[in-house]
Design a protein around this ligand. Structure first.
Ligand code: PMP
Length: 462
């Protein structure tokens, strides 16, 4: 740490935090017996807390965000320079970084054509839902308005996004939710037996479940299907072989827009620029947020094809016939300025290549760990986005108790290694350890992470 904060400053900050800040996802009763943790600094893969303790960050800022690592001076400078020139202008006006980032981003997304700026993953998804609803009104007399979402997927925290949320523990207590969202089954092969799926051809079977829902609802009522390319918080679910081609086919067959939520997978996490690109999918709408600027500024994007865009560009005599939406902070220039530099770093430092190589290395290490600890039932992931599902028994695959899974992450934290776990999301299945370090991770960082997990599993399960 650079020592600019005195012990008195730090003590003041911790007290101010405990007394005045309402933390995300936190039961504050716990701060009656222990201080909140305050992160003071970060550099590369590591952060330092108020006690000067160093932590290896295995989750890129808790939620898969800091893809290029902490302390990037060139991003800070790009934002600084831009803010001095022009910090903000919203509405119908363009900006220099907004135009240039859109051009750079679309270069990585063949087939996609327009970028709509806003400032969080939830907001980007809400905007996609609004587009689907408006298209239904414009073209189908309001009928083709339903949005399908998948069991165990997550799309954000607003009431609309929770309505499209496949994690019931997050939704409980916030009803009534919004009508018009319909759930399709998950595609986690490790749990296929619980769905009554056949032992062969699971990918196609799981995709066919989507078609069954469409037929049940009526294809003329379904406007879009919203999916994560690899499910994140719902348990790191990598789509099975044969799933995506069939999903694409079904969407085309019934004229259903395919909306891919790349809020976690986007901008490198899986080793491709976007998760869907691993599977040859051609989406109609793509949403992204977290890794777009690695958390150096808030930015989210909804990207569409030209044909979706064209539906809103009409010569209709009705002057109200356009996408009637705005995002106040979609006009902040810090976001695209940071995003341009973030993308340059990923390209120039070869971080996609590193993600593929280190992803393979991490998978190998986790497989070794599975050989050693029988509580690990399944290891899965793509790039630097991996999970280890803990079970009570490998035969029956009964999920491990959430408290014991949390004990593993807690033990790692004591060792100075931050890893994640599915947490109070899918009832009964909060049993997957999650690893999503920055894309700059080296073998020795990953070794440190896996060694901590090894020791923690040994202590918790003996
Ligand atoms: N989609 C996915 C897949 C996410 O994981 C998240 C956040 N964890 C969101 C959307 C919502 O993003 P935000 O928190 O920026 O609103």
């Amino acid at each position: 740490m650079d020592g600019t904060l005195s012990p008195n400053d730090i003590s003041h900050i911790v007290t101010a935090d405990r007394e005045h800040v309402w933390h995300h996802l936190t039961q504050h009763k716990s701060y009656e017996s222990a201080d909140p943790q305050v992160i003071l600094e970060g550099k590369g893969m590591r952060v330092w807390d108020q006690h000067g303790k160093e932590h290896l960050d295995g989750v890129s800022g808790a939620v898969w965000t800091v893809n290029v690592g902490y302390g990037r001076e060139s991003i800070a400078r790009a934002v600084y320079d831009q803010l001095l020139k022009l910090n903000y202008f919203a509405g119908a006006k363009g900006s220099v970084p907004g135009a240039l980032f859109a051009e750079k981003l679309l270069d990585k997304m063949p087939g996609m054509s327009r970028v709509y700026y806003c400032n969080s993953g939830s907001e980007a998804n809400e905007k996609a839902f609004k587009m689907v609803r408006q298209i239904a009104h414009k073209r189908y007399g309001g009928k083709k308005h339903k949005i399908l979402y998948r069991d165990r997927d997550y799309h954000g925290t607003t009431i609309g996004c929770l309505s499209a949320g496949g994690q019931d523990e997050r939704n409980a207590q916030y009803g009534p939710l919004t009508p018009g969202f319909v759930r399709v089954p998950h595609c986690l092969e490790y749990r296929a037996h619980e769905q009554g799926a056949p032992s062969e051809g699971y990918g196609e079977w799981a995709a066919n479940q989507i078609e069954e829902v469409i037929l049940r609802e009526g294809p003329d009522t379904v406007g879009a299907l919203c999916l994560e390319p690899v499910t994140a918080g719902g348990g790191v679910i990598v789509p099975p072989e044969g799933y995506w081609p069939r999903v694409q086919e079904i969407c085309r067959k019934y004229d259903i827009l395919l909306h891919i939520d790349e809020v976690v997978c986007g901008v490198g996490r899986t080793g491709a620029w976007f998760g869907y690109q691993n599977y040859g999918v051609e989406p109609d709408m793509v949403t992204m947020a977290k890794g777009v600027a690695s958390g150096y500024a808030a930015i989210a994007c909804l990207v569409t094809t030209e044909s979706v865009f064209d539906l809103f560009k009409t010569d209709a005599s009705d002057p109200m016939d356009y996408f009637r939406d705005i995002s106040t902070f979609g006009g902040c220039t810090a976001g695209p300025a940071a995003a341009i530099e973030n993308m340059r770093i990923i390209e120039e430092e070869g971080l996609l290549e590193n993600t593929v190589a280190m992803g393979d290395y991490l998978m190998g290490k986790l497989e070794e760990l599975k050989g050693k600890h029988k509580v690990i039932g399944d290891v899965r992931g793509k790039g630097l986005f991996q999970g280890a599902e803990l079970v009570k028994d490998r035969e029956t695959r009964v999920p491990m108790d959430e408290k014991l899974v949390q004990a593993v992450t807690g033990d790692c934290m004591k060792q100075g290694v931050i890893i994640g776990a599915t947490n109070r999301s899918v009832p009964g299945y909060n049993n997957t350890l999650c690893f999503s370090p920055a894309l700059i991770a080296t073998k020795s960082d990953l070794d440190q992470m896996v060694e901590a997990v090894d020791a923690a599993l040994g202590r918790v399960f003996g």
